[in-house]
Design a protein around this ligand. Sequence first.
Ligand SMILES: [Ca+2]
Length: 455
Amino acid sequence: MGQIMVSAAVQAHCSRQGKRLVSAALLTGLLTGCAAQPTQPPVVTAPTAPEPAPTPAAPAASAVPDFTQITQTTCPANAASYQEWVARFGAYALHQGEPEPVIRTAFAGVTENPKIRDRAGKQAEFVTPVWTYLDRAVSAERVAKGQAKLPEVRAIASDVERDYGVPPAILMGIWGIETDFGNNFGDVNVFEALSNVGYGTSRKAFACTELLSALKIVDRGHVQPAQMIGSWAGAMGHSQFLPSNYLTVAVDRDGSGAPDLWTSMPDVFASTANHLVRDGWQRGLTWGFEVKLPQGFPYQEAELDIEKPAAHWQQRGVRTIDGQPLPALPGNTSILVLAGYKGPAFLVTKNFKTILKYNYSTSYALSVAYLGQRVMGGPGVKATWPVDEPLLSLDEREELQQRLIDRGLLGGSADGVIGLKTRKAIRAFQLQVGLPADGFATKAFLEELRRRTSS
Ligand SMILES: [Ca+2]
């Protein structure tokens, strides 16, 4: 991961704009955001006084009309080129009431970026196991980095906790996982990122919604489009907010007049906390903790959608990882087992599920919880992960699903994604044959399934 600071990121983006200003001229009369950048090389081809044009029109450029000259009343579907998609989106945004100068400013200099298409929605050959994800996300190096940052931001985080009830550990955890404590929040302009997602992937409705939100942010006049830097998927700033998140939950904590997720840590932490509070974060409640499950624990109950009071688990013989009785907790809780019965187990509360709303991945939420905990001096995961467990390839995951489908335990079609439905089907089979019903897709399980379903 490169050390990308704000100004460097803006600069990189702007020098890209400079180089490609010619191709962007199809949107006609460009201006903007980057003009003030000191490193901007003089661009000869930019807005010039209208001169009598040489008559033979450039054939490629003339194929794309100015967006004010076309009618587009819905989010554009397929377009012949990236430039055409952008023009059609511009027309659509105009139809949605976004001001023409805002659209022109925002899209000045955006360019086609095939890397964004390539990165979106690829089915991985091997799914990263939770222990590898955690090793990378909560590395000793990152914990140390977070601890080094803490003195700078501790007072801000405590201040935010007082008003929102979200503890510094969670704010630090999210900051660290999202952007490596601000060291890497991406270097792509949000308009470029989302227009490439819109043109090159199937997530067109998402791209249109977020682009319209991004235009509204510019229209408010507090943030320059060139400042709106983030990931290739359109997530912006230290907290990696999508433009729609920015509009609905970002907070102007420092009183500058607008939320600034790129340079103001009070705004960043308050916005993150506000996001969690809106999703139901409960003050004073832990995210959860590691537990020890007893012999014979009914693993089919270890799933996030099975919610019980802590007393239920206490009765089942669940103890803290240190062997102590479970503390009393308000509300319902779930047992989380991410790597089968041989791996660690966690008791998680409603607040863990709130972290999931930030990014729906249990590996993500667990990494946030543990990174924050360790930065603040707390423990890491104590039980060992089954790291020698061989991984299933995409073909094997699909075969596993197909065999469960053939057996009538799973609906739909095999797509290689082991989600809740597949886990439930695995559990059903495990219960039929007397295996611990942990829902974990392993090679040993696939072999068992083959033995029992062949012939
Ligand atoms: Ca502010």
